[in-house]
Write a protein that binds this ligand. Structure first.
Ligand SMILES: Nc1ncnc2c1ncn2[C@@H]1O[C@H](COP(=O)(O)OP(=O)(O)OP(=O)(O)O)[C@@H](O)[C@H]1O
Ligand SMILES: [Mg+2]
Length: 265
């Protein structure tokens, strides 16, 4: 089983002034194959740092993250990343972006072209293969980013605020698409977001992180992602349990922000 296991991960940065920042403290969790975890928390609580360690871009100060039986200690093709808007190769076409990984692996061009077509179909971009990506809307660009990641068939998908730059309506459509892809591919996903609603809607599990030091403050197991596979996201947002969880978490994060401001004044 390719579970993702984080064991006592600590990350301590030294700033240029010599101050130490305990960005992550004793982070331990297991994410089973096929689980979708969302991570939420105030700015600076270590979300991106955690993702960067899982991606292999950063080595933790202590502790380990393993995927299956392999310790993560560098970037690898079994892990795919989707960032906020702007991480595409803008001067390349949609096809060239999506087939990038397979071209690097020198896969058969005919098979690759077929796969690209299939993925463009899945993310609703059929017919856009030859369009340069800078000509696409934000939502379309993020679909290219999803297809570019998924075509490589990674075991783990890491997303850092992938929908953060989109308008509300496009964002809602993309949330449905993320759920659809999760259902159809059975991938393990970690998605970071600043939106409480998004974290609740998409996360089978949800971690609320707290800052200074960055840690897991509270964990939820939620029914909404599964409900959203077949149901209307708008209706789920009005569900009584959804509304009460949203208020609970908003208050939790509000209180954390107050505490940070208090420390800084
Ligand atoms: N390379 C680095 N050198 C020094 N400090 C760093 C470095 N990267 C991150 N930090 C610090 O670690 C802490 C966590 O940063 P991180 O970017 O992980 O937060 P975040 O939760 O992703 O915040 P945001 O919601 O604003 O994206 C912050 O205090 C940040 O200043
Ligand atoms: Mg971040």
């Amino acid at each position: 089983m390719s579970d993702l296991v984080s064991q006592d991960v600590n990350m301590i940065f030294k700033s240029l002034k010599g101050e130490t920042v305990h960005a992550l403290k004793d982070i331990s969790f297991t994410l089973k194959k096929g689980e979708l975890l969302t991570v939420l928390g105030p700015s600076g609580c270590g979300k991106t740092t955690l993702l960067n360690i899982a991606a292999g871009f950063l080595r933790p100060t202590s502790g380990t993250i393993t995927l299956g039986d392999k310790e993560i200690n560098g970037p690898g093709l079994e892990r795919g990343m989707v960032f906020q808007q702007g991480a595409l190769f803008e001067w390349l076409t949609v096809n060239e972006n999506v087939n990038f990984g397979l071209r690097m692996k020198k896969e058969d061009p005919i098979k690759t072209a077929k796969k690209v077509e299939e993925w463009l179909d899945i993310v609703g971009l059929q017919g856009f293969g030859n369009t340069p990506t800078y000509q696409l809307s934000g939502g379309m660009q993020q679909r290219v980013a999803l297809a570019r990641c998924l075509i490589n068939d990674p075991d783990l998908i890491l997303m850092d605020e992938p929908l953060g730059a989109l308008d509300a309506l496009t964002r809602e459509k993309m949330q449905s698409l993320v759920l659809k892809l999760w259902k159809e591919t059975g991938k393990t996903i970690i998605l970071i977001t600043h939106s409480v609603e998004e974290a609740l809607l998409l996360g089978e599990r949800l971690y609320v992180m707290a800052p200074r030091p960055g840690r897991i403050h509270k964990e939820y197991t939620l029914p909404f992602a599964t409900m959203g596979l077949d149901g209307d996201l708008r209706e789920i947002k009005n569900d009584k349990e959804f509304v009460s969880k949203r208020e609970e978490i908003l208050t939790m994060i509000w209180n954390m922000e107050e505490e940070i401001m208090g420390k800084e004044v």
